[in-house]
Design a protein around this ligand. Structure first.
Ligand code: NAG
Ligand code: NAG
Length: 499
């Protein structure tokens, strides 16, 4: 008898920042678990896009479930957060609950067809799709949430939404009532949706339905490493009374990344980038990127440019049009950067490189010339920095990024916060001083940060070891699959005994 394949259902929210980590997880499972098949579920336009970005020989099954954005007050063909203005993101989140009947039908179909050979081993769903846990329970299928965010960041995020502690006093900072060990949080560290939440606004209503569903799940998978992210992992363990499995870092390989990015116009070739970096001394280059979702204000852009020029450090800067300009418009350096900046720093001294569109981030971060990463600290970018042992200058802009920076700076000692949010006061002298603090070979803080980031890099490497000695992340993945398999076996016995 042929061994039955175990069908793993993956279902991310419709945003690149969610789809990419799920895709990385899919490719990782495909590579490491030969007895699994993967069913990757999403809405039609996202599936279409994925089809062109998967490796040709991939065996991942892409499955669409119907969704019509026009029926939810969204512009036509809006199936991905990245195409929406901020004000409509909550609309897409709330509309995603309408996927439930179609998802339910899909699971039912997988269970019934083919003599049960396609029945799911487990459903792994997004942090925004708490409702999928109810569907899984209904069919007695093992369910886990997969968080592309880190443990600490998601714990703060979850706690703020469940408690709205900033609404309970006038003070500018507060403790999280069920997560005091996270330390003081400042109001300036709350994303706009949280800051404005009062319990009855659309975001509060969405999270008020979504987050309580977590207790119906069998556990949470985190794209993180247990050894350095214990605080947040323990929080969920305690709150939900469920296992948490730290299985990270799981990231797209270079080849798959190139594939996934190939529809983006590349601003620079990997070869040119490498050549440029090869010409610079070790740890001398600052890499600056705020992710695909973020743009900064015109005045912040000018301050940053002035800081870079004054710092006399080498840099690669992924630049986008500032807030208020069309993201796809031609870059107007003469207008948006200090006068003569490009002539002096880019063309003249060749100290800097401006990348106008997409940059080969992993290739850049893995180059020995890189000595720092000025980042919005989305968790995927953080993991890429940690794997390559690159010190971080944090500039959080949205979601749980503020908590990530707090964690990286206060708990891990590998980061310095440079700025906070998109409207903060920012002076180029301060940015320059912080660049100096992190990058200078003589800076005490810099030495300490480099030492810490070197240790973290070793921890990360060990967590992913899969030889005679298994690292914590590999073990956690084993435990997750064992738990799912044991539930499936138990159900089978129940069926036989009941028949
Ligand atoms: C697909 O091909 C690549 C390159 O030849 C190989 O490394 C990879 O393991 C293959 N993947 C599968 C699922 O067969
Ligand atoms: C989506 O709904 C709108 C409004 O009912 C309709 O005009 C349109 O044809 C639908 N699109 C698809 C792809 O079904």
């Amino acid at each position: 008898m042929a061994e039955t394949k175990q069908n793993v259902i993956l279902f991310p929210f419709m945003a690149q920042g969610h789809i990419i980590p799920f895709l990385a997880l899919a490719l990782h499972i495909q590579k490491t678990r030969k007895n699994c098949t993967i069913t990757f579920v999403n809405t039609p336009l996202n599936i279409k896009k994925l089809r062109s970005s998967l490796p040709k020989n991939s065996s991942i099954n892409l499955v669409e479930i119907p969704f019509n954005s026009s029926l939810h007050g969204l512009p036509p063909d809006s199936e991905n957060c990245d195409a929406l203005p901020y004000s409509l993101i909550i609309q897409l989140l709330r509309a995603s609950a309408s996927l439930k009947p179609a998802f339910r039908e899909l699971i039912n179909d997988l269970i019934c067809r083919n003599n049960g050979a396609d029945a799911p081993l487990c459903i792994i769903a997004d942090i925004f799709f708490g409702w999928t846990a109810g569907v899984a329970q209904e069919f007695n299928v093992f369910h886990a949430i997969f968080s592309g965010a880190g443990g600490f960041g998601l714990a703060c995020y979850y706690s703020v939404w469940r408690n709205l502690p900033h609404k309970k006093g006038e003070s500018e900072d507060f403790l999280l009532p069920d997560f005091e060990e996270a330390g003081k949080i400042q109001k300036t560290q709350l994303a706009l949706s949280m800051l404005q939440a009062d319990g009855s606004d659309p975001w509060s209503l969405f999270q008020g339905e979504n987050l309580p569903e977590y207790v119906n799940s069998n556990g949470i998978l985190f794209n993180t490493v247990e050894e350095f992210d214990k605080l947040g992992l323990k929080y969920f363990n305690r709150k939900l009374n469920r296992p948490v499995w730290a299985i990270g870092p799981i990231l797209l390989s270079l080849d798959n990344r190139a594939q996934a990015g190939k529809d983006k116009e590349s601003g620079i070739s990997s070869e040119f980038c490498k050549e440029w970096l090869d010409s610079k001394p070790e740890k001398s280059v600052l890499y600056i990127s705020f992710g695909s979702m973020n743009v900064i204000s015109l005045s912040h852009m000018k301050e940053l440019a002035m800081a870079l020029e004054a710092s006399e450090k080498n840099f690669i800067w992924v630049v986008r049009p500032p807030i208020g300009f069309d993201i796809n418009s031609e870059f107007r350096g003469q207008e948006w950067l200090p006068e003569g900046f490009e002539e002096r720093v880019i063309l003249g001294s060749k100290r800097g490189l401006l990348v106008k569109k997409w940059a080969p981030q992993v290739e850049i971060l893995s180059h020995k010339a890189i000595g720092g990463f000025l980042s919005h600290c989305g968790w995927n970018s953080v993991l890429e920095a940690l794997i390559h042992g690159v010190p971080i200058l944090g500039w959080p802009m949205a979601a749980e990024q503020f908590f990530n920076v707090k964690f990286l700076e206060e708990e891990m000692g590998i980061c310095v916060e440079v700025a906070r949010g998109k409207t903060c006061e920012l002076r180029h002298e301060d940015i320059e001083a912080k660049i100096e603090m992190v990058m200078s070979v003589k800076s005490e803080n810099g030495i300490e940060i480099r030492r810490n980031v070197g240790k973290v890099r070793e921890i990360v490497k060990n967590a992913m070891r899969d030889e005679e000695y298994k690292g914590s992340s590999v073990k956690a993945m084993d435990e997750f699959f064992n738990a799912a398999l044991s539930m499936k076996e138990k159900n089978k016995r129940k069926l036989i005994n009941g028949a």
